[in-house]
Write a protein that binds this ligand. Structure first.
Ligand code: PLP
Length: 353
């Protein structure tokens, strides 16, 4: 028997979440599947999302593989190309590339073919990560529109505070100034903006995290948004013991029992992608009942409190996150976000669909 840890991917939940995104407006959907579809598996997820008009990722070879697998969607490279040599593949596989800096723009000039490339021109409206400033856009736009190799141009930007109180107003205003001038298609919204700011929807929306069933907001749960968890990380109890008051659990004895306590050991550790920084008290399910982790997370194991779960024994089912335990709650306890936990699932964890 293999070690009992496994991730189950619920593709019906994924399709449900795509329908939720669809119902929010009339924009075309560019489903974001970067980072191996947020840890859920690129090809299986892309196949299940075939009703989305496009998919977005980073790696040109992943994109080509999707095309080879039969995808007829728009396939967008979110950071564009990293070498001029990639342009060949981009044309060959009919990929759509972001252009976010002047080096990429210059590379286009050296590209010999005509009329084949679809470009998303990225505007830096305040994130200060990628993109041309609004002042640089007129020249870049001129360059692209008159370029022999470029078929069409979409304007895009990305919000830095769509999930927070500050919102999108400042960035939206800058972006709208440009889209009023250039009558090109446009794209702004990530999940948070799609859910909260209809004014950002434009021609294409770019949901990521919500498709995987997690809420981008601290104050609204996935369930409230109608989203269902796609990944459930499960395992089993592999050891049970009773410890006396004062006895420690795990490395460095970070947890010490205040009274005699029944504890369990779960076959899941940081080498599986569970966050090592999750402190004692991080929520976890044993036999579908909620309890807490105890002590420091090890490479392959972690401790749980079984005091209130009388029927727990070796072989009892454990849910680390997913169905019955939102990944956001585990992330919050560990001082991170759901995105990081989902992406961090490691290769040794078997994934079933
Ligand atoms: C990752 C990403 C998204 C998706 O963001 P979510 O918060 O997961 O919805 C959208 N647009 C760009 C440019 C991204 O990098």
């Amino acid at each position: 028997m293999p070690r009992p840890i496994h991730a189950r991917i619920n593709l019906d939940a994924l399709k449900n979440n795509l329908r939720v995104a669809r119902r929010l407006g009339n924009s075309r959907i560019m489903a974001v599947i970067k980072a191996n579809a947020y840890g859920h598996g690129l090809l299986r997820v892309a196949e299940a999302l075939e009703e989305a008009e496009g998919v977005a990722l980073l790696d040109v070879h992943d994109a080509a593989q999707l095309r080879e697998a039969g995808s007829r969607q728009t396939i967008l490279l979110l950071e564009g190309f990293f070498s001029p040599d990639d342009l060949q593949l981009i044309a060959e596989y009919d990929l759509t590339t972001v252009i976010h800096n002047s080096q990429q723009l210059a590379s286009l000039d050296a590209y010999p073919r005509r009329g084949s490339l679809q470009v998303w021109l990225k505007v830096n409206t305040g994130m200060n990560r990628l993109g041309f400033t609004p002042e640089e856009i007129p020249a870049a736009m001129e360059h692209l529109k008159s370029h022999r190799a470029v078929r069409d141009v979409t304007l895009m930007t990305h919000f830095s505070h769509a999930d927070e109180a500050e919102g999108v107003a400042r960035q939206l205003e800058r972006f709208n100034g440009l889209t009023a001038t250039y009558r090109t298609p446009c794209s702004m919204a990530n999940s948070a903006a799609l859910l909260r700011y209809p004014a950002t929807h434009g021609d294409w929306v770019r949901p990521g995290i919500m498709l995987y069933g997690a809420s981008p907001f601290a104050d609204t749960s996935a369930q409230q948004l109608g989203l269902k968890p796609v990944m459930t990380l499960g395992s089993e109890i592999i050891s049970v013991r009773e410890i006396k008051a004062g006895e420690p659990v795990g490395y460095a004895g970070l947890f010490r029992a205040e009274q005699s306590t029944r504890i369990g050991v779960v076959a899941c550790g940081y080498a599986d992608g569970y966050p090592r920084h999750a402190p004692t008290g991080t929520p976890i399910l044993v036999n579908w009942q909620r309890t807490r982790t105890l002590g420091r997370v090890s490479m392959d194991m972690l401790g749980v409190d079984l005091s209130n779960i009388a029927d727990a024994q070796v072989g009892s089912r454990v849910v680390l996150w997913g169905e019955g335990l939102p990944v956001e709650e585990v992330a919050q306890a560990a001082g991170t976000i759901s995105y990081e936990l989902l992406c961090a699932l490691t290769a040794r964890v078997p994934v079933g669909y």
